[in-house]
Design a protein around this ligand. Sequence first.
Ligand code: GDP
Length: 454
Amino acid sequence: MSKTIAAISSGNAPGGIGVIRISGDDAIKIASHVFKPFDNSELTELKGYRAKYGNIIINGSKADNAVALVFRAPKSYTGEDVAELSVHGGLLAIQNTLQAVFDAGAQPAEAGEFTKRAFLNGKIDLTQAESVASMISAQGQAELKASFNALQGVLSREINSVLEKLLDMSALMAAWVDYPDEEIPELENEELEKTLDEASKTLAKLLDNYDNGQTVTCGVNTVIAGRPNAGKSSLMNMLSKTEKSIVTHIEGTTRDIVEDSVRLGDIVLHLKDTAGLRKSEDYVESIGIEKAHKAIDEAQLVLAVFDSSQAITNEDEELIDKCRGKNAVAVINKTDLKSEIDTAVIENAFESVVYISAKNGEGYEELCNAVNNVLGIADFDSNAPLLANLRQKQNCQRAYENICAAIDALKSGMTFDAINVMLDAAADELLSLTGKKATTEVVNNIFSKFCVGK
Ligand code: GDP
């Protein structure tokens, strides 16, 4: 018997509607203490997937109008009986109803407990559970799409197809070893090798795609660099569409690093607008400049801004040097003014150059394309199965290594039971990835990162 839990599932901000989710054996009974349908029917008699309109009753008095939804186990999010009360979305109204639900016998749900129950009840696997968290936190379209694909089981299916091959093969080999006298058809090494090869290729593709997937889904640490007045803050503002960076014509205005996350096309850039790179006598400014150098060294992407209305200076050349070997886009700004810059110098130094007017908001599309090309994600297929995090990657990596070792062992004529040890190890890794064999520690760790109510 599972204890019945409850929480606000619609977040802790006022809204039109607030949803309280109750899950567990007594969910519907508890909801029926707090909610009375207008038609005087009993919520406990209601079939699954049905709704009633009625009153929230707190301490015997009507407190709100609400809709109650009933789900019957196992056909619910958690796989248990679930009742959801949609009340008016003022925080006080929701909290009062939640308290009434607790008073009627529910316990406060822990972070991620609804989804954890869904996992433990076999409604979803671990990759799908993780995708629920990333759907909630997604900032960019690509991350949202990738998370939804994972929720629909795109990654699980890919992993399970490999797992099936490994388990079939392992069973055949074990039978061959354990029952040598039985009429088991001879296993062809070539056939075995082909199957293992296919399995390893599927995992290799997932691993190859991991870095690009992370870039697309987690965002890119990006530095906007350039000499004072090139237009760095204006570019940041153009991207973030706010006045986050202070724009003035006085050199050295941006003394520290201003940060913001912005969407560029489908991806998210975690932007740092840095102090202009130049020699400065001002102590505070020179600390900012030092930080700017460090930020460029650590960045995954540099947007190097040049002022097209002026000739190239030593500081520009310093920036050009600093960008060598980095993922960098040269952004030639102020195209609305008469050009004085020798663009050939920049075109020769950078793989990717775009011309913009930050002031007029021109060149946005070109910048999107240039960034995608430089990061190597222009052809990224966000419908493909994707390993979402380091945990999944490590399981996949170890499974891949075991399969490769099994292929080598097969080629060098090792015995089937020795090879089987490697296949079983690979299968175990994939079972941990999808959660069928994950340790309690791993599972608890995953769900502790969820918010309460999910
Ligand atoms: P930062 O020091 O590199 O951050 O440069 P700012 O963004 O503060 O811009 C410096 C000056 O250049 C300001 O007066 C801006 O209005 C101006 N500026 C920035 N971008 C453009 C542009 O595209 N065209 C023109 N005409 N002026 C710009």
